[in-house]
Structures are given as structure tokens and as C-alpha cells.
Write a protein that binds this ligand. Structure first.
Ligand code: GLN
Length: 478
């Protein structure tokens, strides 16, 4: 009965439970077993829970197990953000998204590995060691939600939550051959998400297919008075966008993303996707987002500034790890020196520098102004098109160790994803091909504020006639 669970979308697993073809217990045990077989070689999960379902609820996803990135609070459970400084810390309340999942009857199966405090693009900056890519275990999974992306890609769980500050849902989704959606800033409550860049962070779904993404987004989105940046906007039923006609839509191709430096395999793959959409009578238009080249420096100034401020709370007193020391200043100093990893320290240095007097105007304030110009570029583009198509990443998954000593080249792996965070707009990565070495490639679709519906519509049209999202890595050597 449970054999086909690895190929079934989550919403159909839930339907089988409702129709009594499988029980919640059987489904949970099936995925627990897969995790016990494969997690040791992938290092995707950092904590696993015993069966915890609630039979009272009745939603479209009741009974389906879900994995949670280790930076989202689950009451009474460890939450570490893959940092030594929080190694034994337990959350004292449920994040709003967790409350929503619980009340919709999903089973939380465990928490997933990530870059420390979500700083990174490879899940190598983790106190638990790197997660391995299920398509090639010598390669990274992307980051920072790499554990979630790997777990979904290897079908250790039907879907997961990640968080995206500069690409951390989409980039690992692309490297692992799964779907990752960053909602509009304000669509999903950040209450209970450990803050990295508060003006950029969003929680979003990582799924094997776009339909599950729509179902999961329905559950986690919505206004929340506990998050002052959560938006009071209408909450559409995203599943209504599935199976809709896309013929009248217009897609923009920004020339800055398709320059001569674009990797040829990625270009050919995107060309195929464009041909596909043209057959659906979608119109393509060349557009320009002229401030694209400033997005990486702008992001790293703003994100690091906010991170340095957010990390101040980890002082060795209030949360987690405390170093042995003789006085208060030494407690602060030693707990942070010993508790934070290299990348976290780097972000604190970059951020406090950009915010300090004498440099504030030259860096932080200037970055805020450029951020506005980047947002204006998108506003302008969306007067002419309904969505924008770009690569998700400049390359397929790179080798473990390849970039870890070179932060700048690591930062550049987010070159295509971060401008949507700066602009606050929604974006999705969809599997759209493979390299000749059989590594997954992703395409990114970006839409205007609160228009996730268009992304889901386009994604569903694409997945109805293609099967890139159905390919499952072989998981050799286990
Ligand atoms: N890789 C980017 C960074 O290191 C984005 C991380 C994220 O989205 N959390 O900041």
C-alpha cells in the first residue's frame, strides 16, 4: 500500500488517508523508515520526532508529515539554527506557521539542517556539518535551507518549510531538483522565525511539485497580529490557480540576466522552457532591470546590518551556550567567540561596520536608496509583463569545499535570487532540466507583490506537460 508514497504528491497522500487507503500511522512510519535508511549519508535532518498527529483536524493535508527548517520555533523542541550558540536551546512557543500546520493536522517529523542562522548558500556553515546533495553526494545542496531541500528531493518527507532572505529557499530547491517558493514579504507571518534580515526574511514551502506548493501556501499564509510586518491583504485560495489557462500571460526576459556570461547548459535549458511557454501562447518580451548589478552589494550591506543587530540578543546570558568566564564582559566575549561560526562573525563585522557612524551614510543609507531603485525597476517591468523568467542560479550544485574559503564567490551564487527579496516580491524556482552530469537545474519565475497566483498558474502549466519534477535521485551507496 505504501510503496508508491515516494512518487505521490502530498495532497494525494492526504486524500488516501481521508479515503482510508492508508492510515496516518502507516504514512508516518514509511517516511520514518526512509529517513533512518538515508539520513546518515545525507545529513538532512538534525532532529526527529516521534509520531505526533492530531486526528481532530480536517484539512487538505491532514496526516501528511512535514519537515521544518531548524530556525522556526516549535514549542518544547530544540531550535538551534545550526549554531553552537543555541545548541541546547528549546523553543518556548510555536511560530505562527507551526500553529497553522498543527491545526491543519500535519505531522511534524523533524527539523532540518541549514547554514548557521541562515548565513550561506551551501549548508556548509552548519555546526552539524554539511548536508550532501542526493543527486551527487560530493556536492552541496545549496543554502541556507539545504536540509529541507535535500530531504524533499530524496523523498525522505513529502514537503518542508524553509526560509528565504536572499534565495535560501529557491537556490537549494534548484540544486536539489525541487520546487521552492518565496512568498511576497508580508504574506506569511515571521513570528517565531529566528530573525536574520528582518526586512527580507520570508518562510515558504519546499515541495516536489507546484500543486503541493499551492496547498501548503494556503495553510501558512495570512495576516498575523504577532508580526507587525504581516500584510492585511486578501488571502486567495492558491489551489484555484491550478489548471488555469495561461494563454494571455506575458513573460519578461531581463537582458541583465541573460548576458554572455550565462552558463551555456543553463541557457539551453531555459530556451527549452521558453519554447514550451510559447507553445502555450504566452508572449515573451525583452525587458531591462537596469540596477541588477547592484543587487549583491546592496543585499550584503542591508542583510548583514540587520543580522548584526538581530544577533545581539545571543549574548551568552539569555539564550543557549554560555562560556565559562570571570565577569560579564568576558561572558559576552567568550560565549560569542566560541558560539558563533566564522560566517556569523563575518556578518556581524560587515553589519556593524556599515551601521557605524562615519560609514552609515556611505554604506547602509546608500544601500537603502539603491534598494528603492531596484524595486522601481520591477514596478516598471510589471507594467509590461505578468511574470519575469530568469535562471535561479548561475551554476548547478558545486562541490563541497569548493567555495567555502572564498566568501565572495559564495555570495555571487545568489546573484539571481536576491533582488526579489530586496523588492519584497514573490518568486519560485521550478525544476527545468539536468546538466550532462545529471545535476538538476532550476528556472526562476518572479511576479509582482502578492501575485503568487500567477507563479502557481505558470508552474502548473509547465509541470502538467514536463516531468523534470518527477525525477528522483537514486541514492546510491546506502
Ligand atoms: N545566501 C544568502 C546569504 O548568505 C541568502 C541566505 C538566505 O536567504 N537566508 O545571505
Amino acid at each position: 500500500m505504501t510503496n508508491n508514497l515516494i512518487i505521490k504528491p502530498a495532497y494525494l497522500i492526504a486524500k488516501d488517508i481521508k479515503d482510508k487507503k492508508n492510515s496516518q500511522g502507516e504514512v508516518y512510519s514509511f517516511f520514518e523508515k526512509r529517513i533512518s535508511q538515508h539520513n546518515a549519508s545525507l545529513n538532512a535532518f538534525v532532529d526527529l520526532y516521534k509520531n505526533n498527529f492530531d486526528n481532530q483536524s480536517n484539512s487538505n493535508l491532514t496526516g501528511v508529515p512535514i519537515a521544518i527548517k531548524d530556525n522556526i520555533c516549535i514549542k518544547g523542541k530544540k531550535i538551534t539554527c545550526a549554531s553552537k550558540i543555541l545548541k541546547y536551546y528549546q523553543a518556548v512557543y510555536d511560530a505562527t506557521v507551526i500553529k497553522k500546520l498543527k491545526s491543519s493536522g500535519l505531522s511534524l517529523i523533524g527539523t532540518t539542517n541549514m547554514d548557521e542562522f541562515a548565513f550561506g548558500s551551501s549548508t556548509e556553515n552548519s555546526c552539524y556539518g554539511p548536508t550532501k546533495n542526493p543527486w551527487d553526494k560530493t556536492r552541496v545542496v545549496g543554502g541556507s535551507s539545504g536540509g529541507s531541500a535535500a530531504a524533499v528531493s530524496a523523498r525522505l518527507v513529502p514537503f518542508a518549510l524553509g526560509s528565504d532572505t536572499g534565495g535560501s529557499i529557491r537556490q537549494p530547491a534548484s540544486f536539489c531538483g525541487v520546487v521552492g517558493l518565496k512568498p511576497t514579504y508580508g504574506r506569511v507571518s515571521r513570528y517565531g522565525l529566528v530573525a536574520f534580515g528582518s526586512s527580507l526574511d520570508q518562510i515558504g514551502p519546499i515541495t516536489t511539485n507546484i500543486k503541493d506548493c499551492a496547498y501548503l501556501l494556503n495553510i501558512i499564509s495570512g495576516f498575523d497580529q504577532n508580526d507587525s510586518t504581516s500584510a492585511k491583504v486578501a488571502d486567495p485560495d492558491f489551489t484555484k490557480s491550478l489548471g488555469q489557462d495561461v494563454a494571455s500571460l506575458r513573460i519578461g526576459l531581463p537582458k541583465e540576466y541573460f548576458d554572455q556570461d550565462l552558463n551555456s547548459e543553463i541557457k539551453e535549458t531555459l530556451d527549452q522552457a521558453i519554447i514550451f511557454f510559447k507553445k502555450k501562447n504566452i508572449q515573451f518580451k525583452k525587458i531591462s532591470l537596469p540596477h541588477t548589478q547592484y543587487s549583491v552589494p546592496t543585499y550584503y550591506i542591508i542583510a548583514s546590518s540587520e543580522a548584526s543587530s538581530n544577533l545581539q540578543r545571543f549574548d551568552g546570558i539569555r539564550y543557549g551556550y554560555r562560556a565559562k568566564a570571570d565577569d560579564l564582559w568576558q561572558i559576552y566575549q567568550k560565549s560569542r567567540s566560541q558560539g558563533f561560526g566564522d560566517e556569523a562573525k563575518r556578518r556581524v563585522f560587515l553589519g556593524t561596520y556599515s551601521l557605524s557612524s562615519g560609514y552609515y551614510d556611505a554604506y547602509y543609507l546608500k544601500a537603502l536608496k539603491v534598494r528603492r531603485l531596484i524595486k522601481n525597476d520591477f514596478d516598471q517591468a510589471f507594467k509590461e509583463v505578468d511574470a519575469i523568467l530568469t535562471p535561479t542560479t548561475p551554476t548547478a550544485a558545486f562541490k563541497i569545499g569548493e567555495k567555502i574559503k572564498d566568501p565572495l564567490s559564495m555570495y555571487l551564487s545568489d546573484i539571481y535570487t536576491i533582488s526579489s527579496n530586496l523588492a519584497g516580491i514573490p518568486a519560485v524556482s521550478l525544476p527545468c532540466g539536468f546538466t550532462k552530469d545529471n545535476l538538476p537545474l532550476g528556472m526562476q519565475l518572479i511576479a509582482k507583490d502578492y501575485d503568487e497566483a500567477t507563479l502557481i498558474k505558470l508552474g502548473d502549466a509547465f509541470q502538467q506537460d514536463t516531468d523534470f519534477h518527477k525525477k528522483i535521485p537514486e541514492l546510491k551507496n546506502v
